[in-house]
Design a protein around this ligand. Structure first.
Ligand code: GUN
Length: 287
């Protein structure tokens, strides 16, 4: 039986290190006579999970010395209402980054919202200009979770060049962009989804496995090649407990590295949001 000493990634501590670097950068800008970067978050409706995510993003911005503002719209807001809010934030020179929290109510098309955000302020990386720049491997604002995943892999010395990477999930916010980032690092990338045949067999070939489906504990012991790095992006709540796409206990002893459902990729996503906001600010202000 394989028994590998699995590293359970401490995303919280890694995120803290990077946030300290960002805070120092922001302090330097302010000391140089510039205003602090400012993130705008838009919440539509009163979903408690979304409200809590927004709170976490604003708190992290504040701790890094950045400003943030929040626009809250009721759950029955129309698409025109949300678009009007986005346009107002686009035009406000004091705002550097705009994030419209997902999911949105059924009446609001997330693609229409992504398209309305000024690409220079699109810190979620969801505007087609930014997703196109990622596709072309040119600098732009890229989606935060995929960048957080690459940061975790890099900071743990996981080699990507020539390796087999398997991504389960093809969302615009995680699956597709992380596949491109891995491809640009010369991994051989397979993207799986709900219609993939022999999903476990494909995953078992992965040196790097990224699970981003929201199917609780889908990835078990027989899905993981011994020594693989396993990144869990899934978030489900089962009996009041946060559960990922990966059965953490089952893959310990098989994977070389695994991210836990709490304190894994989540804190890294927020950290990359801060980094994107500073990058958007610098690009807009030329500093
Ligand atoms: N909802 C869950 N994750 C995200 C994210 O990264 N960005 C936005 N806008 N909404 C989300």
């Amino acid at each position: 039986m394989t028994c590998i000493d699995t590293v359970v990634v401490d995303g919280k501590s890694l995120a803290q290190d990077i946030r300290s670097e960002i805070a120092a950068e922001v302090a330097g800008l302010v000391a140089g006579g510039h205003r602090a970067p400012c993130l705008a978050v838009v919440l539509v409706g009163d979903d408690p999970a979304s409200a809590s995510y927004i709170k976490g993003k604003r708190r992290a911005s504040g701790r890094a010395g950045m400003e943030s503002v929040e626009r809250t719209l009721p759950g029955n807001a129309s698409q025109a209402d949300v678009l009007a809010t986005v346009r107002e934030l686009n035009e406000d020179d004091a705002i550097d980054g705009i994030l419209v929290q997902l999911p949105l109510p059924d009446a609001v098309d997330p693609n229409a919202i992504a398209l309305a955000i000024d690409p220079a302020k699109d810190v979620d990386g969801l505007h087609p200009v930014n997703s196109g720049l990622l596709m072309a491997n040119r600098p732009g604002l890229y989606a935060c979770t995929p960048m957080g995943i690459l940061e975790v892999l890099d900071r743990h010395g996981v080699k990507l060049e020539g390796k087999r990477a398997v991504v389960v999930g093809r969302s615009a916010i995680v699956g597709k962009p992380v596949s491109l980032l891995l491809l640009h690092r010369n991994a051989t990338v397979t993207v799986c989804h709900s219609r993939t045949q022999d999903l476990a067999g494909v995953c078992r070939e992965a040196d790097v496995l990224v699970a981003a489906t929201g199917r609780a504990r889908m990835v078990g012991a027989d899905w993981v090649k011994p020594g693989a790095a396993v990144i869990d992006v899934g978030v489900s709540v089962i009996d009041g407990k946060l559960v990922g796409d990966v059965d953490l206990e089952a893959v310990e002893g098989i994977a070389s590295l695994v991210t836990p459902p709490r304190g894994g990729i989540g804190p890294m996503t927020i950290t990359m949001l801060l980094r994107n906001t500073v990058a958007a600010y610098r690009a807009r202000k030329g500093v």
